[in-house]
Design a protein around this ligand. Structure first.
Ligand code: HEM
Length: 352
């Protein structure tokens, strides 16, 4: 549990970071962006997250991952929330389906916000707030999130394959994050999210048979996982296990301690202790939870700035799972950068 002075320190750090990010990555996001236009926006998100968390604590992990998967594909623009009647959206793609969860929490928050201040708060900001609230509920860490993101109108099945997968090597993980201007250390820091949440058998079982052969997974742990998962596991197998076997509902630094004991669940998790440049980060975070939480908050805020749409770009979606009907668009893309290729509700594909 972080002390109140530590929490105050984290908040100060977050504020300082928001002010010192380079202009290009800051992209005009602001703390208190809705203070005047929708003062209760963050409270309403928090209430929706807290209510969902009360009946299903696992939803916090789902919301943190939802924000990550949003930001790493076309930037933090809520593209991951768009629904396609044909199953051709980002969220239908194997890196996201069937594992991604928390959509209904975002919808509940959006519905409450629309009742209070219509057409004002973007779905991308709701996602960023919901992820922050999830960190607070599971890790007792408070921080402020700069806002002002606007929602995109492109969602492609194929784009989700650029997300880092659980079979990537250390070098591939570092390379994947560097494409988003995130450092190797930030990759290790954010992987610490795997201290909460679950994973499906298809995400770890096959690769872990290799790890058993080369001695990079505890044999007892692999035996437990093999007994849990159906032998002919496929992508659609719904059997899951907790990623952190020790404290699966608490956002703490146990993830790093487990890695040191060959108890990382995914091949990608284990890679963090197989690479000489990454293992010092793992050791530092395993030894010092406060250090990890400080770096985690900073990295979450930085991730939330990836390729954001601000100003007149994008739109404020009325419904987080659909682009606005043309007649009700708050503002269309003025620079022509955004092409609407997402199939709209009746199945047609519209192009702006
Ligand atoms: C470094 C590269 C990463 C890889 C390869 C990776 C891979 C995965 C995989 C395979 C799962 C389990 C999916 C399933 O089968 O259900 C998962 C779950 C999760 N990931 Fe990651 N991840 C990475 C980074 C991140 C980052 C940066 C975050 C957050 C900032 C994150 C947050 C989570 C959370 C919270 C879960 C649990 C989700 C739930 O319980 O619904 N991951 N990740």
């Amino acid at each position: 549990m972080a002390s109140s002075s530590r929490l105050a320190g984290l908040v100060t750090l977050a504020l300082a970071l928001a002010c010192t990010l380079p202009a290009a990555s800051r992209a005009q996001l602001q703390l208190g962006f809705y203070n005047t236009s929708c003062p209760n926006a963050e409270t309403l998100v928090r209430q929706a997250v807290a209510s969902a968390f009360a009946s299903n604590p696992g939803i916090a992990a789902g919301l943190i991952r939802l924000h990550f998967h949003d930001c790493f594909v076309n930037g933090c623009d809520a593209s991951v929330l768009l629904f396609s009647p044909n199953g051709t959206a980002e969220r239908d793609s194997p890196p996201n389906f069937p594992s991604l969860r928390g959509f209904e929490v975002v919808d509940a928050a959006k519905a409450a916000i629309e009742r209070s201040c219509p057409r004002t708060v973007s779905c991308a900001d709701i996602l960023a707030f919901a992820a922050r609230d999830s960190v607070n509920l599971t890790g007792n860490v408070l921080y402020q999130v700069p806002a002002g993101r606007r929602d995109g109108n492109v969602s492609n099945f194929a784009d989700a394959f650029t997300l880092p997968g659980p079979n990537l090597t250390a070098a591939e993980l570092v390379g994947n994050f560097s494409l988003k201007n995130m450092t190797a250390e930030e990759m290790v820091v954010l992987s610490g999210s795997h201290t909460i949440g679950r994973s499906h058998c298809a995400s770890f079982l096959f690769k872990n048979r290799e790890r058993l052969a080369n001695g990079t997974i505890s044999p007892a742990y692999q035996a437990l996982l093999a007994a849990l998962c159906p032998p002919t596991t496929g992508q659609l197998t719904l059997v899951t296990t907790e990623i952190d076997v020790s404290t699966p509902t608490v956002l703490d630094n146990n993830y790093y301690k487990l890695l040191q004991l060959n108890l990382g669940l995914h091949f990608s998790d284990d890679q963090l202790v197989r690479d000489a440049t990454l293992v010092p980060f793992v050791n530092a975070f395993a030894a010092n939870e406060t250090l990890w939480k400080e770096r985690f908050v900073a990295a979450m805020i930085k991730m939330g700035n990836i390729e954001v749409l601000t100003g007149n770009r994008g739109e404020i979606r009325l419904n987080c799972s659909a682009v606005n009907p043309r007649s009700s668009s708050m503002s269309s893309s003025s620079d022509g950068l955004i092409e609407t290729i997402f199939p709209v509700a009746d199945g047609e594909v519209s192009a702006s």
